[in-house]
Design a binder for this molecule. Structure first.
Ligand SMILES: [Zn+2]
Length: 244
C-alpha cells in the first residue's frame, strides 16, 4: 500500500512543506501509519504529540477491554487464517456496520481462535466495545441470584465474542439468558464472532447432545449462522466429526 501523503502548507504557521522522505513511508512497517510532519513549528509538533497520545490512549483502552474478557494479550495475536476478498469481514468496518457475523471453525491449534481474535482486536481498536468470551466462563456467570448486573453488562456491547460455542451447556435458566443475549445482538445488527470445533451446520445437533433444549439449540444455531462469513480451518480430524 502506498501512503497517500499530500504535502500541504502547515495549517498552523502556513510554512511551505519540507521535503518528504518517501523511502521511509514505503517501508512496510510504516505503511498507513507514518506521520509526515509538514513543519517543525511548535504547534505542528504539539499536534503530532497529541495524535500520538490519543493513539496510545485508544490502544490502552482497547487492550483493557480485550483483556477484561480474558482474551489475552492483543500484542500476541498471531496471523490466523486468511480472510479472503469474497468475505464480508475483508472490509471489517463495513461488515461491522452491516451487523455481519463470523464463524471460524476447526480443530484446536488450527488458528480458529486467533483468526476470530484478530477481527475482534481490529474492532476494539476502532473503539467498539466487546462482550462475551470463552463460552463456559461466560455462561457460568449467568445466575438467577446475582447475575442480573452481569447479564445487563453482556447485553451492552457493540459486538459479541463466543469462543468455543460448541461447548455451550448449562441450566435451563442459563440457556434462556444466553438465548436472549444472542437474539439481542442479532436483531440489533450487532456482530457475533464465534468459534467452534465442528462444522457450523452441525452446531444445533451438538448443542442438543450437550443437553440444550432442542428449540433453543436450533434457534441459537440459526442466529449465529445468520449473515455470517464462514472460515473453516483445514485439519486432519475435523472431517471425521461429520459422521458423529
Ligand atoms: Zn508550522
Amino acid at each position: 500500500m502506498i501512503p497517500t501523503v499530500l504535502p500541504t502548507p502547515c495549517p498552523k504557521c502556513g510554512a511551505a512543506p519540507r521535503e518528504v522522505d518517501l523511502s521511509k513511508l514505503l517501508k512496510k512497517e510504516n505503511a498507513g501509519t507514518a506521520w509526515v510532519p509538514s513543519c517543525e513549528c511548535a504547534e505542528a509538533i504539539r499536534k503530532e504529540q497529541e495524535a500520538q497520545d490519543y493513539l496510545r490512549y485508544r490502544t490502552q483502552l482497547a487492550a483493557l477491554r480485550f483483556q477484561k474478557l480474558g482474551l489475552g494479550d492483543p500484542k500476541k495475536i498471531g496471523k490466523g487464517l486468511p480472510i479472503t476478498t469474497d468475505m464480508a469481514w475483508y472490509h471489517p468496518n463495513k461488515a461491522f456496520a452491516e451487523g455481519r457475523h463470523l464463524i471460524v471453525s476447526g480443530n484446536v491449534g488450527n488458528g480458529k481462535t486467533t483468526t476470530m481474535l484478530r477481527v475482534a482486536w481490529f474492532l476494539c481498536m476502532a473503539g467498539r466495545r466487546p462482550r462475551g468470551g470463552y463460552i463456559p466462563t461466560m455462561v457460568q456467570k449467568f445466575r438467577s441470584e446475582d447475575g442480573r448486573e452481569h447479564i445487563e453488562d453482556v447485553m451492552d456491547g457493540d459486538f459479541l465474542i463466543l469462543d468455543d460455542m460448541d461447548k455451550l451447556r448449562g441450566t435451563e435458566y442459563q440457556m434462556e439468558v444466553f438465548s436472549s443475549i444472542i437474539n439481542h445482538y442479532d436483531v440489533n445488527n450487532r456482530p457475533i464472532l464465534s468459534t467452534m470445533n465442528l462444522l457450523p451446520n452441525l452446531l444445533g445437533k451438538r448443542l442438543i447432545s450437550n443437553g440444550v433444549p432442542a428449540d433453543i439449540a436450533e434457534s441459537l444455531a440459526s442466529r449465529v449462522r445468520h449473515r455470517a462469513d464462514f472460515i473453516t480451518a483445514p485439519g486432519p480430524d475435523f472431517r471425521l466429526q461429520e459422521e458423529r
